[in-house]
Design a protein around this ligand. Sequence first.
Ligand SMILES: C[S@@+](CC[C@H](N)C(=O)[O-])C[C@H]1O[C@@H](n2cnc3c(N)ncnc32)[C@H](O)[C@@H]1O
Length: 216
Amino acid sequence: MLNSKQIVPIELPGFPFLVFQTKSGQTVTEDTPFLLDTVLKMYENKPLNVLELGSGTGILSIMMKLHRPGWTITGIEIQPHLVELSIGNASNCSTNVQFLEGDLRNIADYLPLNEFDLIVANPPYFKKGDFRLSQDNEKAISRHEILCTMDDFLTAVSKMLKPGGKAFLLYPLSRVAELKEKIKNIDLQDIAEFSLSTMSNNKDRTIIVELVYADH
Ligand SMILES: C[S@@+](CC[C@H](N)C(=O)[O-])C[C@H]1O[C@@H](n2cnc3c(N)ncnc32)[C@H](O)[C@@H]1O
């Protein structure tokens, strides 16, 4: 269980609620609002069953719920202390989001198959062995594929989406070709890409890939 010395408020411009993350762990980046804006532009406030894979401190799911109260949102997260934080954050924002502790690699054991209209995820960016691994366990699991791979995310998406349902997955541009190759083997088709422009030319651009589930 986390104590107050281990957590700090998340700095979110214009966000009127107090939400927390761990002091040493993964911070919210510009990727989260990019993912939020992308799905808000695509979907109105009609009833939708939404799943976030790897929900961290819950901020993305909470913001989606604040903007789209008609959506039913479930967040799955493997790190127990982050699930604890996300439940507290949802309560601070008076939002009703279901956060579950779970491993997306065996998601079919605890969630019904093919029930979701929309899946969003900001998966760990880096393959094991690429770049330096953080000394902080929370950061390491969030940034590197230690407890899941791209294949695990794609498999979970294809198991959980309804036919015709869509997923928005955020990856660095350098991994998009790999993603497109992998989805050839499963019931997912890529239909769009959204790019986050950055000021730095050196930085690997962030891409959101929009996938649709077409069950054959
Ligand atoms: C880059 S963070 C994204 C956090 C949050 N979605 C956001 O946008 O701020 C990736 C998250 O995936 C979680 N994760 C990694 N492996 C997982 C697994 N096997 N099952 C469920 N969650 C996992 C990590 O713990 C981490 O919180």
